[in-house]
Design a protein around this ligand. Structure first.
Ligand code: HEC
Length: 75
């Protein structure tokens, strides 16, 4: 099951993200980035690690794990 999620993140989300970068499409990039993080997080939940909740870094070297227990995204 986790292998399936990994393949989905790799083949679907990350390749979609790469295409938006190659196309220099910032709008589609933002959407693809969020979808990728949601895909990443679905595996953390499947791996019984829901506390590894990701976030979009808001400055360089920002942590990608959000330890705020009240965080609402990704679900
Ligand atoms: C196939 C399942 C799977 C996918 C897909 C996945 N992760 Fe994880 N991730 C894990 C597991 C399991 C752990 C916990 C590893 C451990 O506890 O040693 C983890 C841990 C992490 C950690 C914490 C590492 C640390 O320092 O302990 C980060 C950050 C992380 N993942 C980010 C991501 C990001 C970003 C993506 C998507 C690009 C992603 N993960 C996709 C399963 C996955």
């Amino acid at each position: 099951m986790r292998k399936g999620i990994l393949d989905a993140v790799d083949n679907t989300f990350l390749s979609a993200l790469q295409k938006t970068i190659e196309a220099k499409d910032a709008t589609k990039f933002a959407t693809a980035y969020r979808q990728t993080i949601e895909g990443c997080y679905s595996c953390h939940k499947a791996a019984e690690k829901p506390y590894l909740r990701l976030q979009i870094p808001d400055h360089p070297e920002a942590p990608i794990i959000n330890f705020d227990p009240a965080a609402k995204w990704p679900e």
